[in-house]
Write a protein that binds this ligand. Structure first.
Ligand code: G3P
Length: 213
């Protein structure tokens, strides 16, 4: 399973990348706006740290998405163009596929949307599970549906679990065989923790101190 960081904060990318387990970064316009830094510079700084950085188009029409996506993909080979799940987005995905531009389809909330994006040639699809949970649905059921459907076909589109809210989402996504999870920084910091690790280490070190005396 690949683990991505969902952020536009370069310090956070540097910290998690230093653990040696970070496979990529996903950004979106809200995350970029939150940090308030230059978009291109932010994305390029991240490309120096990880091999896969999703940069989202903000145009809503096909021509605009095409123009932005082609520009972004020329900035760095690590850039994946993120496209919203709309009919214009589908047209853009097909166009990017013919040009060999890697894509991630965002704002996927149903299996039918996932299938359309995969057929249009998306390299990655991003179902938003936390927002489904927030809306009173069970977001992880969508991942289960997509992974079950993927077994019947030969889509090579990777399923990226997005809008993650807590560590158990990663555990559930892994059991379902999702290819990628993108995690907010605070969730990433919780992943290595277990109280029995802390108490176990303390006992080892206390015993070591006694032994040395
Ligand atoms: O990667 C998509 C993600 O950023 C959405 O997360 O927490 O805004 O639902 P959230």
């Amino acid at each position: 399973m690949k683990l991505f960081l969902d952020t536009a904060n370069i310090d956070h990318v540097a910290e998690i990348a230093s653990w040696g387990i970070l496979d990529g970064v996903t950004t979106n316009p809200s995350l970029i706006a939150k940090e308030g830094k230059d978009f291109k510079e932010t994305v390029l700084n991240m490309c120096d740290l990880v091999g896969c950085v999703s940069a989202q188009v903000t145009a809503e029409d096909f021509e605009g998405m095409k123009k932005q996506g082609e520009e972004y993909s020329g900035w760095h080979k690590h850039i994946v163009v993120k496209v919203p799940m709309t009919t214009e987005g589908l047209k853009a995905l097909s166009s990017f596929r013919t040009k060999g531009i890697r894509t991630n389809t965002t704002l996927v909330f149903s299996l039918n949307q996932a299938i359309l994006a995969a057929k249009a040639g998306a390299n990655i699809i991003s179902p938003f599970i936390g927002r489904l949970d927030d809306a009173g649905e069970e977001g992880m059921h969508l991942i289960a549906d997509i992974m079950a459907a993927w077994k019947h076909y030969d889509f090579d589109t990777e399923v990226l679990v997005a809008s993650v809210r807590h560590p158990d989402h990663i555990r559930e996504a892994a059991i379902l065989g999702a290819h990628i999870c993108t995690l907010p920084y605070d969730v990433f910091l919780k992943l290595p923790k277990h109280p029995l690790t802390d108490t176990g280490l303390k006992k080892f070190l206390d015993d070591w101190e006694k032994y040395k005396k």
